[in-house]
Ligand binder design. Structure first.
Ligand SMILES: Cc1cc2nc3c(=O)[nH]c(=O)nc-3n(C[C@H](O)[C@H](O)[C@H](O)COP(=O)(O)OP(=O)(O)OC[C@H]3O[C@@H](n4cnc5c(N)ncnc54)[C@H](O)[C@@H]3O)c2cc1C
Length: 445
């Protein structure tokens, strides 16, 4: 008899799992329950449609509903799972009842943290996630005069840029001293802040949110820095793991609140796997559990969970977290962790920095690229990297994450070969120069 596998969640984690299952066991009966109207769209593209860089939401859909039917994946849309019974091997689905499984994959994703201030029930508060809602909000944006983005999380950074591109008077409110302070260093974010000012954005750092103000609809946002008139508030608070279903069923969670999983993405209960933003995964160097990583992490975790749920074998290892995004007129990115995190965790480090260029200096379109490398003081083993520039940040972030993972040192990077071709790369690769500067700095210290 074919294996019955239920997946709760139709995001990157859930759909990665569905693909992983079918790759191992094409005869498995795969049923996906999602609370949304769609799967297979890229939420990551939503800020760029709002900012008009992408001309239509249609472009964000990756596959048709029929494609999943053809692949033998039975997706139930607008189907909320309200309970999980692990000993009985069933899930309870609203308006349907109990459905049995042999193996279960939970990929229930994240929720934005509740801002926890008065006025949270007013209209005009936008939580960016579901594409159908984003399509409706996009129409609203045409009439918005002023907006406040609450918190400079990665999504907040993208939404600030998008709303400014859209011509909306945009304010950013964040309790930290600089944007994305949990991830990025202040010197990396400084050019971004400057480019926001050029776009007319007003930033309010070291500023606490106090209330959303209005009668029925938000008309202002009250902060420790005063009241900001706004007809829209975009809530970009940090991502919290959505684990309520699994917790109620007895699954173990860790210090971040995400499900604890082993390298097979198996949870604390037999036959139950989890993937994506509802889980926590250790950082490869520090072992510190991380939660709320990226869509690409969620997808890879889902694939791993699906392969193992279907009887195959794949391991998901600790993460070195390459990251990056467009921010203002720049691209920021990095790998592992930066100077701020290293200092906060008490990790000794030396820094090598270089301000380079992305192409030959005479080639049209050449852009600045700043690279900052962190290494252990004695061995000069690479610990992390942060960058800001005009292009080529993503590729460097991916490479540097691998370099951290495999223990490369600043000596290795200072002697690495690099492509030089006027249109695509400069003679002096900024990573090489930053590594050499780090070696020099370590000799002086
Ligand atoms: C606006 C936006 C921009 C993003 N930009 C990027 C980016 O640039 N790069 C990147 O890598 N990632 C990006 N992401 C991805 C994101 O940050 C997450 O990492 C990713 O969405 C996690 O996928 P997931 O499958 O774990 O969870 P989610 O995408 O949150 O999916 C959760 C799924 O679970 C379902 N669900 C939850 N509870 C239930 C229930 N009880 N019953 C039924 N269904 C349920 C939901 O309906 C949904 O289908 C972005 C996301 C958003 C929203």
């Amino acid at each position: 008899m074919s294996r019955q596998i239920i997946i709760v969640g139709g995001g990157a984690g859930g759909m990665g799992a569905a693909g992983g299952i079918k790759a191992v066991d094409p005869d498995a009966e795969v049923t996906v329950f999602t609370g949304f109207d769609d799967v297979a769209y890229s939420p990551c593209g939503i800020p760029y449609v709002h900012g008009k860089e992408i001309d239509s939401f249609e472009r964000l859909f990756l596959a048709s509903k029929q494609a999943y039917v053809d692949a033998g994946i039975d997706i139930h849309y607008n189907a909320d799972v309200t309970g999980v019974d692990i000993p009985g091997k069933t899930v309870t689905v609203a308006d349907v009842g109990d459905v049995s499984w042999d193996t279960l994959v939970l990929a229930t994703g994240f929720n934005y943290a509740d801002p926890g201030v008065p006025g949270g029930d007013l209209e005009g508060l936008y939580y960016v996630k579901n594409i159908r809602e984003a399509i409706e909000w996009d129409k609203v944006l045409d009439a918005v005069r002023a907006a406040v983005v609450v918190e400079a999380s990665p999504l907040g950074v993208e939404m600030v840029t998008a709303l400014a591109h859209r011509g909306i008077e945009t304010h950013l409110v964040d309790p930290s001293p600089w944007p994305m302070s949990e991830i990025a260093d202040p010197d990396i974010m400084a050019p971004v802040e400057e480019s926001w000012r050029e776009l007319g954005v007003t930033t309010h750092f070291n500023t606490t949110l106090e209330a959303f103000v209005g009668e029925g609809h938000v008309r202002a946002v009250r902060t420790s820095d005063g009241e900001i008139d706004a007809d829209l508030a975009v809530i970009c608070t940090h991502k919290e793991p959505n684990t309520a279903l699994g917790v109620a069923a007895g699954l173990k969670t860790g210090s971040t609140g995400g499900f604890i999983v082993d390298e097979r993405m198996a949870t604390s209960a037999p036959g139950v796997y989890a993937a994506g933003d509802c889980t926590e995964i250790p950082h490869g160097l520090t072992g510190v559990p991380l939660q709320g990583l990226t869509g690409s992490h969620a997808y890879a975790q889902g694939k791993t969970a699906g392969i193992n749920a279907a009887g195959g074998s794949r391991a998901y290892s600790a993460v070195y977290v390459p990251w990056g995004t467009a921010a203002g007129k720049w691209i920021i990115g990095g790998a592992s962790f930066g100077e701020t995190t290293a200092t906060a965790l008490g990790i000794p480090h030396v820094v090598g920095t270089a301000q380079g260029i992305s192409r030959a200096r005479y080639y049209p379109g050449v852009k600045p690229v700043k690279v900052k490398l962190l290494a252990e003081p004695d061995s000069l083993r690479l610990l992390g990297a942060q960058m800001v520039g005009g292009e080529g940040i993503k590729e460097r972030a991916d490479f540097l994450a691998v370099a951290v993972k495999f223990g490369l040192t600043l000596y290795d990077l200072a002697r690495m070969e690099n492509v030089y071709s006027p249109a695509i790369g400069a003679l002096n690769e900024p990573i090489v120069v930053a590594a050499q500067n780090g070696v020099d700095a370590s000799r002086k210290s």
